[in-house]
Write a protein that binds this ligand. Structure first.
Ligand code: PHE
Ligand code: ZN
Length: 886
């Protein structure tokens, strides 16, 4: 293949032409679809004008379609007045203002990329972000071209009674041949990536929301008829999100209708198309017996996320795709805050940081490391990453921390005041924050430009005579493929000092007249920097990076005893949890070293005691305790091991199991107590207290099950059978799935028989087996690829089986036989022919091959080379594997 082109941020130029109006007419049919697009265009006054000879041509993007006709200002274009190739339609010398009427034919029924117009089950739907609109019609497919749209959909009335597009439904009618039509008008200018249409035979759940200014918004959730009893929770989630955005940011919905459609075939989680969100059905459909607590909360999160995009993404949009984090980082921050407010703030923070450390830190230390604002890409699809989303949200969170909530809110207000209706950049957002607060955020911009996770080291010194305590910080950002040298960043570090009795000292920095609060945000700006606290009566234990105030790796050089002390006493719940994780990780990695050295592992008694104290702590939130007694997962432990050594997945797995089983044996009675105490008493509910109780109960069950005794197995099986909700069903089944026994096989079969008709629940059935830590799992996954309920065309199935196996079951995926690697490479090859976006996601699971011990490293490298040599490789997969091999 020829090497695909890189697109660079520095090459950005404003568009040569703007589009003021778009009128689209779709004739939707099973055999082919006709699209007539009428564009009102004019030269962009802000673009470089050029003289008669250098005036830029009009170039419209378009691919995979047949051009039927082009009319300019009502007259057919002569063949010499335009050119068409595989990628575009060009008018070399158009007038300064013109209308174009372009008719194309496309084949949505053949479209397996799930990008552009495609079919999912019996319906038509679209996905245009990032560059899917160009598969529907010829258009300047870039986010800085914003237009007002009218859309007419024509289709068979009986098969497609529901015809939807963005904005307001303005007209409808019947045709004599059994077809009907509906016309939509979106009054808000938008980039084409926010265009959407849906046609199908769908059930509609209706509700209304009265906005704070007193307007009634019609809310509609469309699903397949069989799912009509699974959308109530999503509707409540939408109403909660709308109320929260009014209350928190003063932001109100702007159209009269808000529609959500659930589809089974979707590449991502959901899409914020103006007024017509299209969702992966897994983030809409839920019932107590089909969805877990986590699924319910994910619905809240994703519904809120897409709803929040209406302001952060749609009303104010992106100048170019490099700015993606401007909408995604900010919107993730907003959905995190929403979840924190409706569930538990500390628990939300803990689970977000778990994700960040397990997936974003490795990305930032691997071949795909890129800044929150990337500077170059081959395929934009490859940059919908944990760095752009989750690290992007951390960057916003740091601004929030530095400014404080009031100034942050002023910054948001100013951002909307200045930029409503515009396509802007990250500088515009940070500029609004700086201007509204009077703070200098110049150095802070480095967070958007430098890749890699900074390492912050803290040293301390107590002066018993002067009663001062000095913290000396140094920061270092490791080299990444894009840059070797990094400048010091502006890092907010929240600090507390814990007194010997476990309480917090009030904090007074030298130079201050009076003591302040017990947590202070120190702002690091230099490579090395010291802060001195005065009036510190006794040597404290420092609690640094409270609430995980910056996405960095902290090296605080604390003794085990100090960390245990913080695990027992830190008033900051995040740091209390983190202290526990530090202890567990250390203990597990030490056991791993013993196992590798051929020595029998031995358990650390002090850790067992600290663990027990937390397990039995009745004063804390149950969900917090559940997190606090859950050991770091194997992916996170592998990352930690890679910081000093090559990864040995066997040793990690065995050491973690050893620690779990030792804890289970030693604290068996305590786990029994916790299990019994936290059983559900009333009916199933998804409120934070009930969810917390279930999560602690099931955490205790996991330890008890880890004993793998016949009684333990019996108990798991009967819990599985007795459960009246999917959370408990899945908890028991997951624990059982790791134990080779007949009950395991029986439970898996019963689950299948009960849920064989429900595609979403079957995803869980595939995932359970893919995540099972058993030596024959690679062979099982191979077999399941041929199961009649599996379909490689459905991304949820691919993620449930292949994705879960490769990313959540490292011990089996990294089997030294190489079967896991061959399986993944085979799937990448199979996927790439029709869905390059998903193929590239899967290929990315080889990214960390260089961090593994030599046997596995070489096996992975061979598979990467095999993929790279495939004929007709997509640009998506090429970008991933060529970077991995570089
Ligand atoms: N913009 C979507 C979101 O984060 C994600 C998405 C990207 C969906 C690309 C589909 C395609 O909300
Ligand atoms: Zn988003």
């Amino acid at each position: 293949m020829t090497t695909p082109n890189m697109i660079h941020l520095k090459d950005y130029r404003p568009p040569a032409f703007l589009v003021d109006f778009v009128d689209l007419v779709f004739e939707l049919k099973e055999t082919d679809t006709r699209v007539k697009s009428t564009l009102t265009l004019r030269r962009n006054p802000a673009a470089a004008p050029g003289d008669a000879a250098t005036r830029p041509p009009l170039v419209l993007d378009g691919r995979d379609m047949a051009l039927v006709s082009v009319l300019m200002d009502g007259r057919p274009l002569a063949t010499e007045d335009f050119q068409v190739d595989e990628r575009s339609l060009t008018l070399p010398d158009p007038p300064d203002a013109l209308t174009l009427e372009i008719t194309t034919r496309i084949q949505p029924q053949e479209n397996r990329s799930l990008e552009g117009l495609y079919r999912s089950d019996g319906m038509f739907c679209t996905q245009c972000e990032a560059e899917g609109f160009r598969k529907i019609t010829y258009f300047p497919d870039r986010p800085d071209v914003m237009a007002a749209y009218t859309v007419t959909l024509i289709a068979d009335r009986s098969k497609y009674p529901v015809l939807l597009s963005n904005g307001n439904r303005v007209d409808a009618g019947e045709l004599s041949d059994g077809r009907h039509w509906v016309k939509w008008e979106d009054p808000f200018k938008k980039p084409c990536y926010l265009f959407a249409l849906v046609a199908g035979d769908l059930f509609c759940l209706k509700d209304t929301f009265r906005t704070k200014s007193g307007r009634d918004v019609r809310l509609r959730i469309y699903v397949e008829h069989e799912n009509r009893d699974k959308c109530d929770y999503a509707m409540q989630a939408l109403k909660k999100a709308m109320a929260w955005d009014e209350k928190t940011f003063g932001l109100e919905y702007d159209l009269d209708d808000y529609m959500i459609v659930a589809v089974n075939d979707f590449n991502m989680g959901a899409m914020e198309n103006k007024g017509l969100n299209i969702f992966n059905s897994k983030f809409v459909l839920a019932r107590q017996d089909t969805a877990t607590d986590t699924d319910f909360w994910n619905i809240d999160r994703v519904i809120a996320h897409e709803y929040f995009h209406n302001w952060t993404g749609n009303r104010v949009t992106l100048r170019n795709w490099f700015q993606l984090s401007l909408k995604e980082g900010l919107t993730v921050f907003r959905d995190q805050e929403f979840t924190a407010d409706i569930t538990s703030r500390p628990v939300k923070r803990i689970s977000d940081v778990r994700t960040l450390r397990s997936f974003q830190f490795p990305e930032d230390a691997g071949p795909m490391a890129h800044p929150v604002r990337p500077s170059a890409y081959i395929k934009m699809d490859n940059f919908y990453t944990v760095t752009v989303y989750e690290k992007g949200a951390e960057v916003i969170r740091m601004i929030h921390r530095i400014l404080g909530p009031e100034d942050f809110r002023k910054g948001m207000d100013l951002y909307f005041e200045r930029h409503d209706g515009q396509a802007v950049t990250i500088e515009d957002f940070v500029g609004a924050m700086a201007d509204a607060s009077g703070r200098d955020l110049g150095q802070f911009m480095l967070w958007y430009a430098q890749a890699g996770t900074p390492v912050v080291t803290a040293a301390r010194a107590y002066d018993p005579v002067r009663k001062t305590y000095t913290l000396t910080f140094s920061q270092f950002c490791p080299p990444t493929p894009d840059a070797a040298e990094k400048a010091p960043m502006h890092i907010p570090v929240a600090v507390g000092l814990i007194a010997p009795d476990g309480g917090d000292f009030p904090l007074q920095l030298s130079g201050e007249k009076t003591p302040g609060p017990t947590t202070r945000v120190l702002e690091l700006r230099k490579a090395d920097e010291s802060f001195t606290f005065v009036n510190v009566p006794a040597p404290p234990v420092p609690s640094i990076l409270r609430g995980f105030s910056a996405p960095v790796k902290l090296r605080a050089g604390c003794s085990d005893a100090e960390v245990r002390f913080r695990f027992a006493h830190d008033s900051d719940p995040f740091n209390r949890w983190d202290a526990g994780q530090t202890l567990f990780a250390k203990v597990i990695l030490e056991r791993a070293a013993e196992i590798r050295a051929g020595r029998p592992p031995v358990m650390d008694d002090a850790l067992v005691a600290a663990f027990r104290q937390t397990l039995l702590d009745e004063t804390e939130d149950r969900a917090f305790i559940a997190h606090a007694v859950t050991l770091p997962g194997e992916p996170e432990l592998a990352t930690l091991m890679s910081e000093s050594d090559l990864i040995d997945p066997d040793a990690v797995h065995q050491a973690r199991r050893f620690v779990i089983q030792t804890l289970a044996q030693t604290l068996r009675d305590d786990f029994e107590t916790v299990f019994e105490r936290n059983r559900d008493t009333g009916p199933y509910r998804v409120d934070p207290v009930s969810v917390g109780r279930r999560s602690l109960k099931n955490a205790a069950l996991a330890y008890l099950g880890g004993l793998e005794t016949p009684e333990a197995i019996q108990r798991l099986f009967s819990e599985f059978e007795a459960a009246d909700n999917m959370t408990d069903t899945m908890a028991a089944l997951t624990i059982l799935s790791h134990i080779p026994c007949d009950e395991r096989i029986q439970a898996i079969d019963r689950f299948y028989e009960r849920w064989r008709h429900d595609v979403l629940v079957l995803d869980k059935w595939f995932s359970i087996q893919a995540a099972a830590q058993l030596s024959d799992t690679p062979a099982t996954v191979r077999k399941l690829l041929d199961h009649p309920a599996f379909s490689i065309r459905n991304p949820n199935k691919v993620r449930a089986l292949v994705g879960v196996f490769c990313s959540l079951n490292p011990w089996c995926f990294h089997s030294p036989t190489g079967e896991g690697y061959a399986l993944l490479a085979d799937q990448v090859a199979a996927l790439d022919g029709f869905n390059p976006m998903i193929a590239a996601r899967m290929a990315g699971m080889f990214n960390h091959w260089k961090k593994y011990e030599p046997v596995r490293r070489n096996l992975m490298k061979a598979q990467l080379e095999r993929i790279k040599a495939l004929p007709n490789l997509s640009g998506n997969v090429y970008e991933i594997v060529s970077k991995a091999l570089a």
